[in-house]
Design a protein. Structure first.
Length: 460
């Protein structure tokens, strides 16, 4: 349709449809503002724009626009961010750094960035001092798994050392993953006989749009590969589903926490085949980086990450305050170990006791991720994107609430540094946990006390 035809078509529409088009255009302007003109220290402008976008997305999901227009607007909103440099996250500098290392046949898991920049024997023009000074973790080994490293490598090769071009290439990967996820959500909604309009809450959600394509976070790949794996399993393609799930783990690692939730959904032989193929393929993806440096570097960085950094936590902050009161100091190094054990224990308990007759995949997969987030010491806004994607296959809508409140955590960024605000944490988590508890009490369909082993050996 030509622009003139589009305008004529718009003018011929009913008032409610015209208003929806106007609100979609306002959304475009707000996304352009966030993508190109707002920094994360511009708190009032950022949070105000996001709040308005969230309200607009809720309006558009209930509008009388046709299905194709809603999907089209979601694609357009994502395209707006493809050509921008991320303004809310500086992780892309490390992405480019790792990609350049691989391009020059250097294992990114082997050296700290500081060791590279201070080593006179390593002279790589793209790895400049200004780039090094832009890194947010120069004294940590990389924590990004093989699928991420592949994208970094491709971006480094095609960009010829130009970081802006590398960012564009990485964003194109994110955009394609998002288009794939939109398609898979629609297919899975059809398979589970759920309302196809649920896709609107994913395709228009501003947290999804801003954090995945906008800020280049690989939860986009996690969502795509998990959805693809579930789709393939629904089609009885176990081997291909295992490959897709392995790629999800090789993108973000956290899908490992989802594996126990297949216990009740596959017979024993199929379950062992699924687990074996998945973990075997994950191991294969790590082969190019294999060596003691991989395990030592990756494990030390992940360990330090959870034992040193604190951001937007919930249960951990309560325990930390108790630690200050009892011990007089921050007990993160002690608490993190017990919280990790608690995370695994609660996930296994829910996996064994959840009511698989009332929970489908991927709907049930919101729980291992949310349990992990509940006990974690650091929760960035983009962490919540997978449960926003998966919740539409369940009855639970608290992830939608979280997709709004978690963005408030950006209020802590100021020109003088980062300072977390108590009111933000209270608003965020009182609403999220409150809605979650209300829904758990209302539906009463998550857990069932029965012998879980009967289900494992009897479910087809």
């Amino acid at each position: 349709m030509s622009l003139r035809g589009f305008v004529i078509d718009l003018l011929d529409r009913r008032p409610g449809q015209k208003l929806s088009f106007i609100l979609a255009f306002v959304s475009v302007l707000l996304y352009v503002q966030i993508a190109y003109f707002i920094q994360r220290t511009d708190t009032n402008e950022l949070l105000g724009s996001y709040a308005l976008l969230f309200l607009l997305h809720l309006w558009l999901t209930k509008s009388i626009l046709s299905f194709k227009y809603i999907i089209g607007f979601g694609i357009i909103f994502r395209l707006i961010f493809v050509f921008s440099i991320p303004s809310l996250s500086d992780d892309f500098y490390r992405f480019f750094w790792d990609g350049v290392l691989i391009q020059n046949q250097i294992n990114p898991f082997l050296y700290l960035p500081r060791e590279i920049i201070e080593n006179p024997a390593i002279t790589i023009n793209a790895l400049s001092v200004p780039l090094f000074e832009s890194l947010n973790s120069p004294d940590y080994y990389t924590v990004y798994p093989p699928v991420c490293q592949f994208v970094f490598w491709v971006a480094a090769i095609l960009s010829n050392g130009e970081i802006k071009i590398a960012v564009l290439i990485m964003k194109l990967f994110m955009f394609l993953a998002e288009v794939g996820s939109i398609y898979l959500v629609m297919q899975l909604l059809k398979i589970h006989k759920l309302r196809r309009e649920y896709i609107f809450f994913y395709v228009l959600n501003p947290l999804i749009i801003i954090e995945l394509v906008g800020n280049i976070h690989f939860e986009a790949f996690l969502i795509f590969f998990v959805l693809w794996a579930v789709y393939l399993l629904q089609k009885k393609k176990l081997a291909l589903g295992s490959i897709a799930f392995a790629l999800a783990i090789a993108s973000k690692l956290t899908p490992i926490l989802m594996l126990p939730f297949f216990l009740k959904r596959l017979k024993f032989k199929k379950l062992m085949l699924f687990y074996g193929l998945t973990l075997g393929i994950v191991a294969i993806t790590f082969l190019p980086f294999l060596g003691s440096a991989l395990f030592n570097g990756l494990s030390s960085s992940i360990g330090l990450y959870f034992q040193k950094f604190e951001f937007n936590a919930s249960i951990f902050y309560v325990i930390r305050e108790i630690g200050f009161w009892v011990k007089g100091w921050d007990i993160i190094q002690i608490a993190s170990k017990w919280l990790a054990l608690s995370t695994v224990s609660v996930i296994l308990f829910v996996a064994f006791m959840e009511n698989n007759k009332k929970q489908n995949i991927p709907g049930i997969l919101i729980w291992p991720l949310f349990i992990y987030f509940a006990f974690a010491s650091i929760i960035h806004p983009w962490y919540a994107t997978p449960i926003v994607a998966f919740c539409w296959f369940s009855k639970y809508r608290f992830p939608l609430v979280w997709s709004f409140t978690i963005f408030l955590s950006y209020s802590g960024y100021t020109i003088s540094g980062f300072h977390e605000q108590l009111w933000v944490l209270l608003v965020e988590y009182i609403l999220v946990y409150g809605v979650m508890m209300y829904e758990l009490i209302k539906y009463k369909d998550l857990l069932v006390i029965e012998n879980p082993w009967n289900a494992i050996f009897s479910v087809k």
